[in-house]
Ligand binder design. Structure first.
Ligand code: HPA
Length: 267
């Protein structure tokens, strides 16, 4: 048995056999959404192939169960590229997600805004991204499947459904382009001015490798940023990880309403 099949079997033994509809990766400070899942929380440490995430503000458990009427797998933590320099750190976990039956993935993150009209506490739906880091999780993959097309990588169908859910909940969900910067240091004001020139609307340290991996694995994917701060040089506020964790819950409540509505509409 492959490691993916083994880990999936382990999860089924603890969480039941019913197929998972959708995966959800939670970003910094968004962990309380995991508590809304009606089902077991399995430590990543028990799951071969899963990352050993160690960033504060992240909960390294896989939560499997019902949320908004759909059976979901919620990843309480991700391994970021900046932790170990591994862009493919989430590959094993996403392979297991597919093995469990999911065909859709929603990725969330905390991000800094490059747009004056998108403020801390707001959400942004990713219309597209810029892999400014340049690293790619498929480097080293030997099959021709590595040549993944990235046009419409952010699923138009999932985005339309998320926008409809946001509108029904009366929550603004503007779309924009997310830039992946490796971190863990934040950007300089000059780098932010550059990213604006390049067409970026938000900046963060995650998500892009997961979107690439999802497309490689044939999953439909969409991503939402919780804006925790204006990017470097755009306001007087301090940019820090503590600030990110403190601000993320502002957007998290809105995110939870959107996701519940979205899941109800897709049963
Ligand atoms: N830059 C990068 N990552 C982030 C930011 C930021 O300003 N805010 C939250 N995550």
């Amino acid at each position: 048995m492959s490691q993916t099949a083994e880990t999936a079997a382990l999860i089924r033994a603890r969480a039941g056999d019913a197929p998972v509809r959708l995966g959800l990766i939670l970003g910094s400070g968004l962990g309380h959404l995991a508590g809304a899942v009606d089902g077991p929380a399995i430590p990543y440490a028990d799951l071969p192939g899963f990352p050993h995430a160690g960033v504060s503000g992240h909960d390294p458990h896989l939560h499997i169960g019902m949320l908004g009427g759909a059976r979901v797998a919620v990843f309480g933590a991700r391994e970021h590229y900046y932790e170990n320099g591994n862009a493919a750190a989430m590959r094993g976990a996403l392979e297991v997600l597919r093995e469990l039956g999911a065909r859709e993935l929603i990725v969330t993150n905390a991000a800094g805004s490059l747009r004056p009209d998108i403020r801390p506490g707001d959400l942004m739906l990713l219309s597209d991204h810029i892999n400014y880091n340049g690293r790619n999780p498929l480097i080293g993959e030997k099959t021709d499947a590595r040549f993944v097309p990235m046009t419409d990588a952010h699923s138009p169908a999932l985005r339309a459904a998320l926008k409809a859910a946001a509108a029904a909940e009366g929550i603004a969900l503007p779309e924009g382009v997310y830039c992946w910067y490796s971190g863990p240091s934040f950007e300089t004001p000059a780098e932010i001015r550059m990213l604006k020139l390049l067409g970026g609307d938000a900046v963060g340290m995650s998500t892009v490798p997961e979107v690439i991996l999802a497309r490689f694995l044939g999953l439909e994917v969409a991503a939402i940023s919780t804006i925790t701060n204006m990017a470097a040089g755009m306001s007087d506020e301090n940019i820090s990880h503590a600030h990110t964790k403190a601000m993320a819950p502002l957007g998290a409540a809105k995110l939870e309403r959107i996701l519940r509505h979205f899941l109800q509409s897709r049963i």
